[in-house]
Design a protein around this ligand. Structure first.
Ligand code: ADP
Length: 508
């Protein structure tokens, strides 16, 4: 009953776990794709802004780049005084600054020093002469080498005047970008938009934008400026990350549930595997049991009928032989009765019927009676039993018939399997809170790995299965059931080759 309930509960749990897993799989895919969509959107919007900014730089530059060479060299100071430019250099094809080819917002000594630094440190690094570099940008990140330690952005273009090649290099005003261009595309406070845009350098240090630290779990993208300030990135983050936080919290809870579901499924599967193995084993044992029992019934019956027939036909050599035949018949019928008792009692247990009737009794007496009843069987097996029962054992609540059956089964087993040992020792004594009965034999013993199994119904040890020793495998199962019904138990201690001791104990 309890087992069936357990199985039903387990089936339910496995189904629930499977449904939960399917649901979590589905919801994971859904949240994951919404997550991807949002990221994609952030990336596209930002790339668009970056593109606009870079186009602005390019078109601002074009105003200078499109001026003819003569105008440049005559009017450079005026031309260079636009907002986005700090300095302009006009170089000939040998990359030498032309006379009047330098104009700068830096004046006097500072301007001259800058020119010197440009010629020595920047010019050699500009890819002016290289093929394909008609136009380009070089971004120097802030470092000790950048003259004033700040970042610098140079734009250059190759031009031609008649058959002469020349180059124009513009030092862009980055503070103009920060102060006037970026604010047109990105909010400095981050209040208006649901996304926060910040310009950061390669080390994620803030260059422009709200000093706001995005939550590490919020969606975030870094979009580079591909052509111009290539060391800078627009870091776009989701401002309201509560949905993300909620999703994360949910994910934690979900992982716990998914873990639980997996455990339940694994447990269900393991249980199933065990149940199948158990069932298969039980079936094997049952068919073995049926053949054993049939054999056990047949053998005594044919002995009884054979000797009975001999007696009936007077085929005896005298009264002694007649008595001997009668004894055989009697012995076999006792054996038959016990077998049938065992089977019937066992069937009762299997059907779960209450089969015990408890009454206060002297267990010492009960055990002595059992020994008496089986005495004759011992004599035929040519064995002796030494009984030692502690006097004045306390009275306990027992089912005397059941206990007799248990003791007889233990002694009967010793005569069947340990006849070589010739003797059996039965001791019974009191321990503080229990009465202990030991049945010790000196037979072949039981292999360690089988010691627990022999108490299972229908189980017979490997060593005896092939021998002509009759048995059905229910005796010890019955003994254990009886012991446990008395709130005690039975155990075996056995060393192969040195005999076995079956210990049955009852609580006081
Ligand atoms: P059965 O005797 O009908 O086979 P039991 O349940 O009484 O069934 O015993 C189960 C098995 O335990 C036996 O088949 C035998 O292999 C083993 N066994 C029981 N008692 C002993 C013993 N005293 N010595 C060795 N083996 C034993």
């Amino acid at each position: 009953m309890r087992r069936r309930l357990l199985v039903n509960a387990l089936i339910f749990a496995v189904l629930a776990a499977a449904v939960a897993l399917a649901y979590y799989g589905y919801s994971f895919v859904v949240t994951d794709s919404s997550h991807d969509r949002e990221l994609q959107l952030m990336r596209e919007i930002t790339a668009d802004k970056v593109n606009n900014i870079e186009s602005r730089i390019l078109s601002d530059d074009d105003k200078l780049f499109s001026v003819p060479l003569e105008d440049l060299t005559t009017n450079l100071d005026r031309l260079a005084s636009t907002v986005h430019v700090v300095s302009v250099f006009v170089l000939d094809e040998h990359r030498t600054i032309l006379p009047s080819g330098y104009a700068s917002a830096r004046s006097g000594k500072e301007g001259a020093e800058f020119r010197h630094w440009f010629e020595h440190y920047v010019l050699p690094t500009l890819p002016l002469a290289s093929a394909g570099a008609e136009r380009g940008h070089v971004h120097l990140p802030p470092s000790l080498d950048t003259w004033d330690g700040r970042g610098k952005l140079f734009s250059f273009k190759k031009g031609a005047s008649g058959d002469k090649t020349y180059y124009v290099v513009i030092e862009e005003d980055l503070s103009y970008l920060l102060a006037l261009v970026f604010p047109q595309y990105f909010s400095l406070t981050g209040l208006e938009s649901k996304r926060i845009y910040q310009i950061v350098d390669a080390n994620d240090e803030l260059i422009y934008g709200p000093g706001w630290h995005p939550d590490p779990g919020a969606l975030q993208e870094h979009v580079p400026f591909p052509y111009t300030v290539d060391g800078w990135f627009v870091r776009v983050s989701e401002k309201d990350d509560s949905a993300r936080k909620e999703a994360r919290r949910k994910r934690v809870v979900d992982s716990v549930f998914v873990g639980g579901a997996v455990v339940v499924l694994a447990a269900g599967l393991t249980f199933l595997v065990f149940a199948i193995r158990r069932e298969r084993r039980a079936n094997e044992l049952k068919s073995e049991f049926i053949s054993n029992v049939s054999h056990e019934l047949k053998t005594p019956l044919s002995i009884i009928s054979m000797f009975g027939e001999m007696l009936a036909n007077g085929r005896t050599k005298g009264p002694d032989q007649a008595t001997e035949y009668a004894e055989i018949i009697w012995r076999e019928s006792v054996r038959l009765t016990r077998l049938i008792d065992n089977v019937l009692d066992f069937a009762k247990i299997e059907r779960g019927r209450g089969m015990y009737e408890f009454a206060e009794a002297d267990v010492g007496e009960v055990v002595e009676r059992a020994v008496d009843l089986i005495g004759r069987r011992l004599a035929t097996a040519d064995m002796t039993i030494a009984v030692s029962i502690e006097p004045e054992l306390p009275l306990v609540q027992v089912d005397a018939n059941a206990l007799t059956l248990a003791v007889m089964n233990l002694i009967d087993n010793a005569t069947k399997y340990a006849a070589d040992g010739k003797k059996i020792e039965l001791t019974m004594r009191r321990e503080p809170d229990r009465i202990v009965l030991d049945v010790r034999d000196f037979g072949p013993g039981i292999d360690v790995d089988e010691q627990e199994h022999i108490f299972e119904r229908f189980y017979r040890a490997r060593a005896v299965r092939l021998k002509p020793i009759r048995g059905s495998g229910i005796g010890l199962a019955l003994v254990r059931h009886i012991a446990r019904a008395h709130r005690g138990d039975v155990q075996v201690v056995s060393t192969p080759g040195q005999g076995s001791t079956f210990r049955l104990w009852l609580p006081i």
